[in-house]
Design a protein around this ligand. Structure first.
Ligand code: DX5
Ligand code: ZN
Length: 224
């Protein structure tokens, strides 16, 4: 199981030490939400912030989630800043295929995200080409929203494809993930859990990461 604290919920005034804190707390990856004020109605941060995080945690896996209308202009800056994986949204339509190749050509792993209202079938043509499938469990744009229950069948469907067709990609969930929701998603087949508010707002980050991990492991075991 991979627990990926979302830095969107961290204290931006000391982002480097927050990244270090998330690492020391047992986070496996750091999830970095890039919002462009177009694809989503909010703006978060850019490559410079990613570069600062990369400097502070040189070996940490940086999972960059691009909620951006024109990722093509941002891929290179984020790759240079230290992204290990970049996720784009299937809702972008025709450009998706080319963006996947561009991300790979920059030496990064590639993720594909699907928003709550978008049918999971939209990602089917790309399943052979990705390293991670991100099933959004809130409408992207803001941290601290409530988990949308209707997304769970999409996780189940993706997990079924992965099992049946032998894919190796990570199945990630993002949005409103707390201990209980993480367990629910693990039961449905997710293996990678983004969590912002629940982790950083917990008062004890280390304990919150450990609890989330334990809950997902127990749920996955039960589901077998
Ligand atoms: C939502 C972002 C999420 C967000 C999750 O637009 O993609 O990654 O940071 O935060 P919480 O866990 O607060 O829902
Ligand atoms: Zn995200």
């Amino acid at each position: 199981m991979i627990i990926a604290p979302s830095m969107l919920a961290a204290n931006f005034s000391r982002i480097g030490s927050e990244a270090l804190r998330a690492k020391k707390a047992g986070g496996d990856w750091l999830h970095l939400d890039i919002m462009d004020g177009n694809f989503v109605p909010n703006i978060s941060f850019g490559p410079e912030m990613v570069r600062v995080i990369r400097k502070t945690v040189p070996k940490m896996f940086l999972d960059v989630h691009l909620m951006c209308l024109r990722p093509e202009i941002l891929l290179e800056p984020f790759a240079k800043a230290g992204a290990d994986l970049m996720t784009i949204h299937v809702e972008l339509g025709a450009p998706v295929e080319g963006l996947i190749w561009k991300i790979k050509s920059l030496g990064c792993k590639v993720g594909l995200a699907v928003n709550p209202p978008t049918p999971i079938q939209m990602v089917e043509p790309f399943l052979k080409k990705i390293d991670l499938l991100l099933v959004m469990t809130v409408n992207p744009g803001f941290g601290g929203q409530s988990f949308i229950e209707e997304c769970v069948p999409k996780i189940q469907k993706a997990a079924e494809w992965r099992r049946r067709l032998g894919f190796k990609w990570h199945l990630e969930v993002d949005g409103g993930i707390n201990v209980a929701r993480a367990a629910e998603c693990a039961r449905a087949g997710a293996d990678t859990f983004v969590s912002g508010t629940a982790l950083f707002g917990s008062g004890n980050l280390k304990r919150a990461v450990a609890k989330t991990r334990a809950a997902t492991l127990a749920a996955a075991k039960l589901a077998k």
